[in-house]
Design a binder for this molecule. Sequence first.
Ligand code: ECH
Length: 319
Amino acid sequence: MAYSIESAQTIFSSTRVPSPIPATIALFDQLNVDDKLALLWYAYAELGRTITPAAPGAARLQFAEGMLNQIKQMSNDEQTQVMRDLANRVDTPIGRSYANFSVNTKLAFWYELGELMKQGLVAPIPPGYQMSGGVRVVLEAIQKLDPGQQITVLRNTVVDMGFEEEVAPSKYPTEAEPLFAREQPAPTAITIEGVTEPAVLKYIEALNKDDFDAALALFTPDGALQPPFQKPIVGREAIGAYMRAEAQGLNIMPSGGISEVLPDGSKQLKVTGKVQTPWFGVQIGMNIGWRFLINPEGKIFFLAIDMLASPEELLNLRR
Ligand code: ECH
């Protein structure tokens, strides 16, 4: 096929709307470290007034347990320093271990730290802390986002913490990740208005069953998957490692799509719909778009997953 990953990245670009998430994270990045931690505390507390994440069980915490025990033994000042160093990406043993955690273990680590802060076992945000103007600005920016975007901002800030060598290749944990138990069965027998392409329907059915081998078999060997706000992940092996670490327990509920056949018989399709993460279950439906490039043999050469900017964008299926 006469396509490159670079050219595939631009498919349906005219149907896309810029996401407010990178702009919000850019504002966050300008805060000093104590303001960053305070902002996350307030944003997480505010979200928690209406929506609660699923408590990670012991299995999910196993990789972070040693670090959490170490932190519990520390003085309040040392605990605050650990949190500052993580947020500042300082090169410390804890910062290096943290960077090696999977996304879900990083989230579980902070979830647990948040619980320990509430219980008074880990240093809280200082009682006399005065919210700075900068924190207020970022908090207001976050309040304007929909819940799916708010949890994406939280998740992305947590993912970026810790110390990683600049040149390290992107890596995913090789240890078996504990499974995210599905609270209720994911939707099966997918129908998408406007789309009958078998590879697309099978892809969604496979993810809803956590059947990553079946999902991978739908890609060409040199195919690529581009998660939201990331570079494409190229090749079946790398996509498989990524999916096993990050795509567990998702509920994918596509609603509509468009499909175009190109002169050489390949197809480009755009599908939009809702995705639920096992962290928040049915409480949050993220508005998501999938842009597929499928070769004439029916295999996926490229798939980009986009966080949509607004619910209106779900219907943005015309060029
Ligand atoms: C406290 C104060 C100090 C600092 C910090 C604190 C704790 C914060 C905590 C935050 C917890 C946040 C959580 C966020 C979870 C977000 C999950 C998201 C999931 C999105 C998944 C998507 C999947 C898309 C995909 C699809 C595919 O087809 C292919 C695969 C894939 C307060 C202590 C830090 C505790 C739990 C946003 C979109 C659809 C690409 C995966």
